[in-house]
Design a protein around this ligand. Sequence first.
Ligand code: GN1
Ligand code: MG
Length: 362
Amino acid sequence: MKQLSDIVARFRIAGSVAEIAPLGAGLINDSYRVRTGGTDTPDYVLQRINHAIFQDVDLLQANITAVTAHIRRKLTEAGADDIDRKVLSFIETEEGKTYYYDGENYWRVMILIPRSQTFEAVTSESSRHAGQAFGLFQAMLADLPDTLGETIPDFHNMEFRLRQLREAVATDAVGRVQEVRDYIGEIEKRAESMCRAEQLYREGKLPKRVCHCDTKVNNMLFDEDGRVLCVIDLDTVMPSFIFSDYGDFLRTGANTGDEDDKDLDRVSFDMAVFRAFTEGYLSSARAFLKPVEIEHLPYAATLFPYMQCVRFLADYINGDTYYKIRYPEHNLVRTRAQFKLLQSVEEHLPEMKEFIAHCLRA
Ligand code: GN1
Ligand code: MG
């Protein structure tokens, strides 16, 4: 691989590179923080795009350019302050493109938003802000004139994810199926009810909207006061059901344990986070949501731990070809933790329904 500094040099950055160091905890792309010398030049984020997963980098970057330009326009129209901290800015190469191909890998560079922080966990207070921010993100993109392509086809299509798991089971490439039979059984038991969104879509009852599709907590930047500045990791912004953004935030934000917790006693669904996030989300999204979307929010809270469980398990059975792992059983540990979370969410379903009804009366 080429020197990272040679790659950065292809982009029109301000200042000179002082240091490049690994950044973040994503499971797909590799990110680096690029520190520049001097006090008046920004720092940057250099990212190696996972080209095996995002196969059409042109489409990917075109989506991101359309989305960030649209949000910037909306913020400007609304007279927002500090816009450069509220939307990502990508840097062009000498050839005027937003990515660089070195013959082997695809790279991109964006400005590192100053005085921002990421979290792996949230409080109920910050979840309220996050809910509002995602509602706003969807609202701002509701009138995006460009049609976005699917950067990963069928990304949050539950029927498709189940088909992938079933294929993995049938192939049993590395002989792991036997040890996970119980999980496969639990997944199959719920399969039909979890495909409710696709069913409603086919019946013409449920719309697709532009969604972020990876609203896990560490994909947003918070300011010093715990308010959401900006949503990052825009690779999966594409048309989907609003359940994607609502559900995936709760999957990560309302988990009292970690996504890959080995101690299942730590994993449960935090209703205080659920309540705060839901209130925040409804405050900015209620105006454009259809009744069928609101009615299925509790379903969305179950769908994402379930889908993630299916995806982690399929990857485990396939021999760990998709997600970065840190140890051989990692995807199995993740599967177990997501399943435990799912069970906890299921126990809270009546309470969630009641809370949403209460929000709508308020
Ligand atoms: C991946 O890139 P990252 O780590 O934010 C994945 C999400 C999963 C998540 C699980 C493109 O997100 O869909 O929910 O891991 N992204 C892709 O932690 O598959
Ligand atoms: Mg990420």
